[in-house]
Design a protein around this ligand. Structure first.
Ligand code: CP
Ligand code: NVA
Length: 310
C-alpha cells in the first residue's frame, strides 16, 4: 500500500492488476467496517478540494461523504466561481491549491486539463470524470460485480451503447482484471482506437478478450454483466436528437437481454434515461444492481482517498 502515497488517479490504465485488486480489497474492508460501526479515521486533518466544471450528484456527494467518514474534510469548488473561470491558468491553480489541500478531485471536459493539473500539483489528483475517462465509476463497478459474482476474471461484460468515457474506463477495468468485454456501438460512436489499443495491451497480460463491434445481440450473448450509459453525455446536449435516432436499436431491454446468461446483472453508472438507453423493466427489474453500484462509489473512492492521501 505504501507506494500508492501521493499517486494520481487519472486513468485505470496507469495501475497494475495487483494495484486495482488492492483498491477493491480495501474498499470492501472499509465498507464492512463502516457498516459494522467501525469507521476508519485515516484521513483526520486532511482536506480534499473538489473542482466541478460539470454537474454531478453521485460523484460530489460520495467524495464529500467519503472524506467526512474518513475523518477529513472536502470543499466543493465550482470551476465557474474559481479564478480558473476568469482565465487563471491550470498550472497556477494547481500550485496554489497544493499549498492548502492534501488532494484534488476534478470533473471537467478535457483529459489533458486533468493531466496538466496533476503535472503542476504536488498533491494527488483524482479524475472525477472527463470526456475521455471515468475511472472512479469503474472501480465502483468492479466492486459491485465482485460482490454479486464472487470474482471478476473470466466473466463476460457486454457494453451496449456510446463508446464514451464510461466505456473507455470499463475497457481498462476489464482488461486489467481479466474480464472479457464485448462492446456494441453504432459505427462512428465506437470507443476511441487509441484507448482500445491500450486496453488490448492490458488484456494480453491477463487473458482478457476485448471485442469492439456493432451488433448488440452478439455483444450480449452469454454475458454475465450487461452495461449501458446515456446516449448523449455532458457536453453533447446539442446532439441529443440525432443520437436518439442512431442509438435506438441499442436499447437494453427484455428482448436484448434474452441473449445474456440467465443470471446476468445489469449496471448503469446513472443518471439513467428510461425508454432510451435502457427500458424501465430492466433498470427497475430483478437483474439490476444499479443502487449497489451507486453506493459503491462511496466505498471505492474512500479506498482511493485513503491510499493516495493517507
Ligand atoms: N455516475 C456519476 O458519475 O454520477 P454523477 O454525474 O451524478 O456524479
Ligand atoms: N457518460 C456520462 C456519464 C455521466 C456520469 C457523461 O459523461 O455525461
Amino acid at each position: 500500500r505504501e507506494h500508492f502515497k501521493g499517486r494520481d488517479l487519472l486513468s485505470l490504465h496507469d495501475f497494475t492488476p495487483e494495484e486495482i485488486n488492492t483498491i477493491l480489497d480495501l474498499a470492501a474492508g472499509l465498507k464492512d467496517g463502516q457498516k459494522k460501526g467501525k469507521p476508519c479515521s485515516c484521513l483526520a486533518g486532511k482536506t480534499l478540494g473538489m473542482i466541478f466544471q460539470k454537474s454531478s450528484t453521485r460523484t460530489r456527494v460520495s467524495f464529500e461523504v467519503g472524506m467526512y467518514q474518513l475523518g477529513g474534510y472536502a470543499l466543493y469548488l465550482n470551476a465557474a466561481d474559481l479564478q480558473l473561470g476568469r482565465g487563471e491558468t491550470i498550472a497556477d491553480t494547481a500550485r496554489v491549491l497544493s499549498r492548502y489541500l492534501d488532494g484534488i478531485m476534478i470533473r471537467t471536459y478535457a483529459q489533458s486539463d486533468v493531466e496538466e493539473l496533476a503535472r503542476y500539483a504536488d498533491i494527488p489528483v483524482i479524475n472525477g470524470l472527463t470526456d475521455l475517462e471515468h475511472p472512479c465509476q469503474i472501480l465502483a463497478d468492479l466492486l459491485t460485480i465482485r460482490e454479486h459474482k464472487g470474482g471478476l476474471a473470466g466473466l463476460k461484460l457486454a457494453y451496449v451503447g456510446d463508446g464514451n468515457n464510461v466505456c473507455h474506463s470499463l475497457l481498462f477495468g476489464c482488461a486489467k482484471t481479466g474480464m472479457h468485454m464485448s462492446v456494441a456501438s453504432p459505427p462512428g460512436y465506437q470507443p476511441r482506437a487509441e484507448i482500445v489499443e491500450k486496453a488490448k495491451t492490458d488484456a494480453a497480460a491477463t487473458g482478457s478478450r476485448i471485442e469492439i463491434a456493432t451488433d448488440p445481440v452478439e455483444a450480449v450473448r452469454d454475458a454475465d454483466v450487461v452495461v449501458t450509459d446515456v446516449w448523449a453525455s455532458m457536453g453533447q446536449e446539442r446532439e441529443q436528437d440525432v443520437r436518439r435516432k442512431i442509438f435506438a436499436p441499442y436499447q437494453v431491454n427484455e428482448e436484448l437481454v434474452r441473449h445474456a446468461r440467465p443470471d446476468f446483472i445489469f449496471l448503469h453508472c446513472l443518471p439513467a434515461h428510461r425508454g432510451e438507453e435502457v427500458s424501465a423493466q430492466i433498470i427497475d427489474g430483478p437483474h439490476s444492481v444499479v443502487w449497489d453500484e451507486a453506493e459503491n462509489r462511496l466505498h471505492a473512492q474512500k479506498a482511493v482517498l485513503a491510499l493516495v492521501m493517507g
